[in-house]
Design a protein around this ligand. Structure first.
Ligand code: ADP
Ligand code: MG
Length: 369
């Protein structure tokens, strides 16, 4: 019998970032140490059904590498559901034949955006009583909602730009004239809960404002209108539970008007990463400390990427945290750790071990008296 730890890699999902998740997953399964871990793929299709495939090579062999054309299909593997096991693992059971069971020791949810890094899947995994990689229910939920996140930033003195939060039902209380007078122009309009720049617009006039609100309200009932923060986009990778560590900084140089979905994923020359960022050591240390503080303010554990704006006058504003940052070969998070001296094999190992350590730590907590 294999003594290896069985890692269930959960990917795809009912999310606008389904395809990004597949690209991240390919990279993660390549990196995971196969001498120590057995990788089992659990693909979630766009309807939300789970498909099990014990052969991770299946995904690596798919041809359309890099381009976002693939999705998890029902023939990817047999449809399964997940239930708790007696021994702190989870059990995947075939829908067609309930005698077919696969036990999983730890789950790596490589799911971006809503239903992946917003506390929902974390809630399911917590109920199952199985260790899982990344932030807990609370940390991922508050890190996903840009309005709640900013309220916590304000409470903890983390610098952010001015913004207003518009709800679907009170949209008419935020006319362009008043919002632009308060925030100046341009402004950024974005759904409170989304990611990968989906539904994000840069707005310069009233017509664009109305179009941008329509676009953002497609993805959420809550939309943020933010003052434009002119500056470089600087990112920091954070890793750890009680004592999180910060990586060197990276800088995104978008070639588009801003770091849009196209610049991120469609246009191969849409943006370049500069690692390390062109920031002097003292300022870099300040941003790294702020990234760790941000991570802790948001009750986060495991991993997160903290994104900031750095103005010409070296003023820092935190933009957001990404609880399950992109993990594709060209993504910042794994590259930042490589530049800090951690290989992707070491990084994935550490992430899985952090999940197990947190689970063991929390086992001492009583849920009944
Ligand atoms: N207030 C802002 N000022 C300047 N640029 C912004 C602002 N908000 C967003 N952007 C630009 O839009 C991109 C996506 O916005 P972001 O808030 O990071 O959303 P997402 O969660 O989808 O990544 C940022 O990387 C940046 O290029
Ligand atoms: Mg972002």
């Amino acid at each position: 019998m294999s003594q290896k730890i069985k890692v269930g890699v959960l990917f795809g999902g009912k999310s606008t970032e389904h395809e990004v998740s597949i690209a991240s997953t390919k990279n993660i399964i390549r990196a995971i140490d196969k001498d120590k871990y057995d990788v089992v793929l659990i693909g979630i299709d766009k309807k939300g059904s789970w498909h099990l495939n014990n052969n991770y090579q299946v995904l690596l062999d798919q041809k359309a590498e890099g381009k976002m054309t693939e999705e998890v299909q029902s023939d990817f593997g047999e449809e399964v559901f997940i239930i708790p096991n007696e021994d702190d693992s989870a059990k995947l059971v075939s829908l067609a034949n309930t005698a077919n069971e696969t036990s999983i020791d730890v789950i790596f949810p490589v799911l971006h955006g809503p239903f992946g890094e917003d506390g929902t899947i974390q809630g399911l995994l917590k109920l199952l009583n199985v260790p899982y990689v990344g932030g807990d229910v609370l940390g991922t939920a508050v890190g996903m909602d840009k309005d709640v996140m900013k309220k916590l930033f304000i409470a903890d003195g983390i610098p952010i730009g001015d913004y207003v939060c518009v709800k679907h039902f009170n949209r008419d209380q935020f006319p362009f004239s008043e919002v632009s007078e308060r925030l100046g122009l341009p402004v950024f309009v974005k759904p409170a809960n989304a990611g990968s720049s989906v539904g994000v617009s840069k707005v310069r006039n009233e017509e664009e404002y109305n179009t941008a609100l329509d676009a953002a309200f497609k993805f959420d009932n809550k939309v943020l209108v933010e003052a434009f923060l002119e500056g470089r986009e600087v990112e920091c990778a954070v890793l750890g539970n009680e004592n999180p560590q910060a990586s060197v900084l990276g800088e995104i140089i978008p070639k588009h008007d801003f770091y849009s979905y196209d610049a991120k994923y469609i246009d191969e020359d849409g943006a370049t990463c500069r690692i390390p960022a062109r920031v002097d050591e003292a300022l870099s240390d300040k941003i790294r400390a702020l990234a760790v503080k941000t991570f802790q303010t948001l009750c986060h554990e495991g991993l997160g990427r903290v994104d900031c704006f750095l103005t010409k006058d070296n003023e820092i504003f935190v933009n957001e945290i990404n609880s399950m940052p992109g993990f594709t070969p060209i993504s910042m998070y794994p590259q930042l750790w490589e530049a800090t001296g951690k290989s992707q094999k070491e990084l994935t190992d550490e992430l899985i071990q952090l999940a197990i350590a947190r689970f063991k730590r929390d086992q001492r907590l009583q849920s009944v008296i």
